[in-house]
Ligand binder design. Sequence first.
Ligand SMILES: O=C(O)CCC(=O)C(=O)O
Ligand SMILES: [Fe+2]
Length: 274
Amino acid sequence: MTHIPRLAADHNTDDLRTALIEQGCCVVEHAVDVAVMDALANEMAPFAQYTPRGSNDFAGEGTRRTGMVVGRSSTFRTHLARHPVILTAGDHIFHHTPTWNLSFAHFFELYPGEPGQPLHRDTWKYGAPPFPFEVDLNALWAVTDFTEDNGATRLVPGSNHWDADRRPEPGEDLPAVMPKGSVLLYTGLAFHGGGAHTGKDTRLAVNAQHSAGWLNQTERLLLEFPPEAVADWDDELIAFIGYQLAGPALGHWRNAEDPFTAVEEYRKANPKLP
Ligand SMILES: O=C(O)CCC(=O)C(=O)O
Ligand SMILES: [Fe+2]
């Protein structure tokens, strides 16, 4: 019987790796405290109120997707972006790439009445034949409970191993029901889609996407967050949004320098007052 693997917050990391490699997905329950999710929702609300709803079936006419979460939510930066579950899962999935990074972080509001999103692989965004290995690892943080009624993401466990032309049959997808504070991880090759919202309360989530360092990021994070915007953040996080070399001779700036030096130069030119 197929199922979406479920792990407790204090799981064994081998089980996380096995779930992602064998099924292409898993839920880690209660990965953060519910208060973290409330703080994040409060930080994003002032921005989300101005976000238009989606304009097609995929983006969802009953869904708002608000970007720049990494800059707009200090809670995302301190509690979610580099959560140990993300780092451990990423190190397993991206073992064949020199670096990997955050690619996108959006705040999703799924409103009652939204129909189910078409099942898809997130790697379709590259518009290219599938890579022979995983290049994406994505996370959906449950900012509210995910229930079957409120459109919990639907997953097809094991579909990460399918040939490029195989498509899910009706009944093959399962809901990733999870309590607030949990996180759903799924690889770029795993078929999934937002569920139909037949309930009453808006389903809130943060979608954090991660990719091999040598791919274009989904969100132009370095345009949104130039050196002056990130100077006060943790160095690891700054590198993680893209201020790092992506390979032996890839992703440099100016005279073939590591992009992190741009942040160091900004800091030097703008010392903090004591
Ligand atoms: O909101 C969801 O549950 C899934 C969204 C999704 O898969 C996407 O937008 O690519
Ligand atoms: Fe998706």
